[in-house]
Design a binder for this molecule. Sequence first.
Ligand code: ADP
Ligand code: MG
Length: 723
Amino acid sequence: IILFQIWGSGLKYNVRVICQRQGPMKTQNGDLDESKNLPIYQHKATLQQAVKDNSFLVVTGETGSGKTTQLPQYLHQAGFWSNGKIGITQPRRVAAITVAQRVSQEMHCSLGREVGYQVRFDDCTTQDTVVKYMTDGCLLREILADPVLSQYSVVILDEAHERIVYQNKWWDKASKGRCVPLKVVVMSATLETDKLSVFLGGCPVFTIPGRTFPVTSKFSCAIGPKDTESSTAYSLLYIYILVVKVALDVHTSEMAGDILVFLTGQSEIEKACDMLYEKAESIDYRYDVQDHKVEGLLILPLYGSMPTDQQKQIFQPPPPGIRKCVVATNIAATSLTINGIKYIVDSGFVKQLNHNSRVGMDILEVVPISKSEALQRAGRAGRTSAGKCFRIYSPAFWEKCMPEYTVPEIQRTSLTAVILTLKCLGVHDVIRFPYLDRPEERFILEALKQLYQCDAIDRRGKVTRLGELMVEFPLPPGLTRALLQAASLGCEDLLLPVAAMLSVENIFIRPGHPEKQKEADKKHRQLGVQAGSCNDFTMLLSVFEKCKASDAPSAWCKDNYIHWRALKSAFSVETQLREILLRLQKRDFPMEKFDGNKSELFRRCLCTGYFTNVARRSVGKVFCTMDGHGSMVHIHPSSTLFDQEAQLDWVIFHDLLVTSRIYIRTVCPIRYDWVKDLLPKLHEVDVYELSSVAREEVTDEEVAKWVTKEAAKRQTEGSAEDV
Ligand code: ADP
Ligand code: MG
């Protein structure tokens, strides 16, 4: 067996091929003409006409029918661009980028010219751009700046089932301030189109008839209901091993056809790819493999933060005789369609941002997928011929652990950004706002409370001047608050790099090998010591500055076990945050004076935003949070303050990691004095008053109920003074 690495760009998982033929393989381009074979093609003229005739249109069709890549091109061909841009929103940034790339190829232009994309911190558009893919967040931002979207002729809201906060009344209003009315197309793969149509005032629904082939699903007994009982049993370690085993079985015992594996996240995917690679090496293709046409395995990872040039390879057909195996996150379920998939390996889990009521924050959790999600995953195998889906979980797991439907993101995550945006758009009644998927009221109230704590809204729920500045930053509210505080004190140079570092993927490399790990830890500790006054925020600042000042930054990173790619993104993010800030500073920007100790300046700025994340050491290494949840937390081992707990009293932290224990990450010691005056804000805030603008019409009975509930809650929490 000869082993080679093709398209070798030095990255470990780039592309791995094991096969029995010699000589390097040619990279092939996806067939661009294939677009004529897509189900949507036959309906081109009808769709073009339907958009001309209607202000609102719902388009639905199986995933992979060509909605995302083709419809914008059809509208472009129909001349819509002459009245303004054609904008398409995607729920995920990777999808926006990949699809824009594909469409620019199909339209024979370079990316960023006629076809471009814009996602958080990455704008690849020019004056020439007429077909623009972007994330929902980017569109919302554009709406803030220009409520009638005068630059657009059509806005396509893709994968609308994922999350949508737009309001039909608003779109009506948007159309009135324009010469040519705005066209809005809402696309979704799910069958909830009736709900969408009603939401948009009963607009027409166009269904692209799909062709799908049967997919047979097989359960296994590897994961059962018991496995989800203790929180550590979700041990990713063990899920990825199971998945690798099944994928190898498929490779050796099934006929030719590509495999798509659904796993949870980047690190599990990389580990699975490694393991697959290792195991596949020992396959003897003469004896071990059923189908003699199969001569090798091409292993490709796919996750959100992957460089886009590597993502491109996912779509290329494998060389003849080679079976492609893509190991992906949920992104391959609806947003991206890979041709040639005949087999699915479904881990049954997904990594999801959830609001965790135990700790009162949004955290990434690994949870069982819903039944509808499992069906969607399986369906990916039946696009071009009959397929098979292998599930690593049992029928009992399906019955007992998997919910019927996935809860829309808007209903399970913090709403602060959404609520603040709505408020800035002039929607005060955020409680009775006609959400497509109404979030629970307690989440809305929670968001209002957080916005109040960050001074983004006042006691009456009205947006403050600070709130109007805050909405411009694509950052969590606490971090934005700290950044603005620093800017008003003239020390934004301290906070901008930190905000950037916290917005990119983890920058510290922790190698799997125990020896290397020790060395990495040592290097990181040294960096910490050099950072002087040691806490995790100054550590981030120091790494940023050191690397920036270095003559050979990539070598410096390698030497210090730092992800160069992540740091490069951080540099770019920092520049962009700085640009936003400069733009705001031209407006009437609040300035303050600081008369405290200069060395405290940085940490005190952090306190303005992070006083909601404050903890005090109770006994030993255990800290107790002060936000009313009173969670018992530990400092995460990755922190520079790990093992120095005994010297600490009060700390603030950036986020939480929940496993069997609750860990706080990115930690900074503070003095009680600095947060003393802020802490009462955590408890005194009257959520009722905050939402009063929105509640003028509630009945007395409701108010009475609410007041009793709040009073009971306060009693169990105790007052700020008690802690
Ligand atoms: P839908 O939005 O209806 O789910 P898409 O427009 O995303 O469908 O996909 C239509 C076709 O375009 C699929 O066959 C898919 O494989 C192909 N395609 C999409 N993106 C790429 C890409 N980056 N490279 C190659 N083919 C792609
Ligand atoms: Mg799509």
